[in-house]
Design a protein around this ligand. Sequence first.
Ligand SMILES: Cc1cc2nc3c(=O)[nH]c(=O)nc-3n(C[C@H](O)[C@H](O)[C@H](O)COP(=O)(O)OP(=O)(O)OC[C@H]3O[C@@H](n4cnc5c(N)ncnc54)[C@H](O)[C@@H]3O)c2cc1C
Length: 435
Amino acid sequence: MIREVQALVIGGGPSGLAVAYSLQGDTLVLEKESAVGGLCRSIHHDGAVFDIGGHSFHTPHPEVYDLVQDLLNGGLYQQQRDARVYSHNTLIPYPFQRFFDRIPDPAVVRECAEGLESASGDTAGADNLEAYLLAKFGRGIARHFLLPYNRKLWARDIRQISCEWTSERVAASKSEHERFDHKSGQRKPLQPDTQVGYPREGGFEEIYRSFVPHIPALELNSPIARIDPRARVATGPDGRQYHWEFLVSTIPLPALVRMVEGTPSEIIALADQLEYMSLRVELLLAGRQLGPIQRIYVADSDVPPHKIAFNHNSSPRLRAKPHHAIMAEVSLSEDKPIDVNQIAPRTIAFLCDLGILDSPRDIVWQDHVDVKYAYPVYTHHRPALVRGIKDWLARHHIYTVGRFGDWEYVNSDRCVMRGLALGRSLRQKYAVDGR
Ligand SMILES: Cc1cc2nc3c(=O)[nH]c(=O)nc-3n(C[C@H](O)[C@H](O)[C@H](O)COP(=O)(O)OP(=O)(O)OC[C@H]3O[C@@H](n4cnc5c(N)ncnc54)[C@H](O)[C@@H]3O)c2cc1C
């Protein structure tokens, strides 16, 4: 039997939930996992809570902030970020480009300061990430942190990466005034004094679980395997079928175009040129309480993670737990050979060297999560590829949104914004009788 719906939404992550929240009407969300949240899901173990890499809620969109606070009944806890950079055997405050003068080696400080002084600051002509970092920050800061850090994070030649995202993500140096404005509508990089949010109870996923009572219909454990765009029927691997008037997908574009029957080979070729970065998130459970640091960023290649997040410091409730959760993020790609079995022991040894752990015996449980699609990569052709794919799909009443539906380096707040906006426009286009 075919289930009839006006709007079918594939994926119960932030984007899919926001689309359904906005559409209301006869809308059904299908989620392949047993829980909503997508990349914002949490993992509970022995009272501690892990996320899939460090997550905090911060947004320049007041309407998204108000919605989330509303859905959580005011349950979003706010605190100042405490992030550090590990460099030259020392922890300094984040970001490096603002605090490099705390490095104990005067030669490094001098090199960074002189480089910054003589940097052109003119990034208009920089057509790739490497050129951008050199032009904006000078040779010293680039050499001592930003180049090795970005090569480690993106796990590829960063000259293949464009710069259109940098004004949102790469913090300014000490010579520039910059702030994360929670009301401007324009994302800026996080600063040492930025207030970040996290649910007072539970993990980051609570934000997205709070959407569920407000969407018309949701089926969990319901993957979609095939989409017939002419008959407008989506089919699960178990044969369940859904007939729709229009479809919204939040799943990665390369997977979607393969699911859609009759996708021309040129469209599949466009999707196959989209690059992404995969991530291993090592989950380490400390059997005791740890200190106040929330994040450590590391450029050194002999320390496997580029970022380590201490999730117990996300809320007072997690801080009070007897066991504390550590998430170590290691990016993976074909260009970055790494022995994944060494990630945990080397990360634990690093944390012992820093004095954050007393000994490897502090870790009482460990596991990992592998995320195939973790970060969309901004290659130079990305905008044209995405446009070509989306235009073809829209001709078949299939719309895409989200981190891998738009192929954009967006956080969950922006996914909500985009989902709400797409819902509004589709409601008009298809005369949905909704909110
Ligand atoms: C390491 C890391 C750190 C991050 N930090 C932050 C942060 O601090 N703050 C923040 O706000 N955001 C952060 N993000 C980003 C945030 O996690 C994502 O932007 C957000 O989850 C994307 O939402 P989405 O709905 O577009 O996609 P997803 O979250 O990927 O959701 C897609 C959903 O589709 C489902 N699905 C896939 N295939 C199918 C199928 N065939 N049928 C049915 N369902 C399917 C998936 O199971 C998933 O639930 C971070 C991300 C990463 C990787």
